[in-house]
Design a protein around this ligand. Structure first.
Ligand code: TRP
Length: 331
């Protein structure tokens, strides 16, 4: 087992879809077979956009259930709910005092909001709450609280991990060596998983395929994948096809080579390719889907898993916070 501390958070802002599966959930489940990992449902980070507690709670359960149903190794993975560890709020508040305001101004998501407002002729900060503005500080608190070395994230989160590193550096400069400097590890495939319309699969584009939808809905969605207008006879480019791009993540090497050949050879319509994709996904995910549904019908089982994780996470969090408060406030 590696000695590095690995940590990542998953924001519960939607029902898990194939993009989440390929880009985040599957890699995390695989990683949990080998290394000890802190893995939490980042419900506090969802608060700046979702103001309905029932919605946050449901998405949180769904993300946790998906990981467990997929076979997360719970001996290695410490799975917990971010909001169950009160120490994280405290550390985030303390970190505000060493974090330059200008650093927050440079955060991609805040900058995007400012640019949008400016283009629309609105006040620069229109619609921006402080949760959005200090989002990177809360994320730094997550990362530093558990002494993380390695933080696997999608490319869109790289800057946040770099900010955590910066904030750790500011703190260490003032108070002496306290925090390790975390490293982001970017999952290459995450950004490139196409959705129904060929753009990146994302809830905000409304082009997702739900991970554990009932068979009929899964099939319906897959049949709706947009293709070009090539006839069945024509040769098709697998690398330009959403169908093939998704298939690659579920099939083995021989199957992938075979479907590639069928695309290139011509003689196969997109409808047939979609059926092949549907059957593959359905067979790979079928067992996990049953387990996912069973867990969501037995939330007390999920509560017990999350509570067990929180109890382990809290020990580390409390120790770090104590150390930080001693440095900042004295013995
Ligand atoms: N902000 C991340 C996202 O939107 C989720 C997250 C919260 C996270 N805290 C984290 C990821 C700490 C890695 C480490 O995907």
């Amino acid at each position: 087992m590696s000695e590095k501390i690995v940590l990542t958070g998953i924001k519960p802002t939607g029902t898990p879809h194939l993009g989440n599966y390929i880009g985040a959930l599957k890699p995390l489940v695989d990683m949990s077979q080998k290394s000890r990992t802190f893995m939490f449902i980042a419900d506090l980070h969802a608060l700046n956009t979702i103001h309905d507690p029932k919605v946050i709670q449901q998405y949180s359960y769904e993300m946790a259930a998906a990981l467990v149903a997929m076979g997360l190794n719970l001996d290695n993975a410490i799975l917990f709910r971010q909001s169950d560890i009160v120490e994280v709020y405290e550390l985030a508040t303390l970190l505000t005092n060493v974090t330059p305001k200008g650093l927050m101004n440079r955060a991609h998501s805040y900058k995007a909001a400012v640019e949008k407002n400016t283009a629309a002729g609105d006040d620069v900060d229109a619609g921006v709450n402080m949760g959005l503005y200090i989002y990177p500080i809360l994320m730094a608190a997550d990362i530093l609280l558990y002494n993380s070395d390695i933080v696997p994230v999608g490319a869109d989160q790289k800057q946040h991990v770099e900010f955590a590193r910066d904030i750790a550096g500011y703190f260490n400069n003032i108070y002496g060596e306290t925090f390790k400097l975390p490293e982001p590890v970017i999952s290459e495939s995450a950004g490139t998983i196409p959705g129904l319309d060929g753009r990146k699969m994302s809830k905000s584009y409304d082009n997702t395929i739900p991970l554990f939808a009932p068979e009929s809905e899964l099939k319906k969605k897959i049949m709706r994948i947009i293709t070009d207008s090539k006839t069945p006879e024509e040769s098709k480019d697998p690398d330009e096809s959403t169908i093939f791009q998704l298939y690659k993540h579920f099939a083995d090497e021989n199957e992938i080579a075979k479907l590639r050949e069928m695309f290139v050879a011509g003689g196969m319509g997109y409808g047939t390719a979609k059926t092949i994709l549907y059957e593959k996904i359905n067979s790979v995910l079928g067992d996990a889907r049953n387990e996912y549904n069973r867990l969501l019908a037995n939330k007390s089982e999920l509560d017990a898993i999350l509570e067990n994780g929180a109890n382990k996470a809290r020990v580390v969090a409390a120790e770090t916070l104590k150390r930080v408060k001693r440095k900042m406030l004295g013995e």
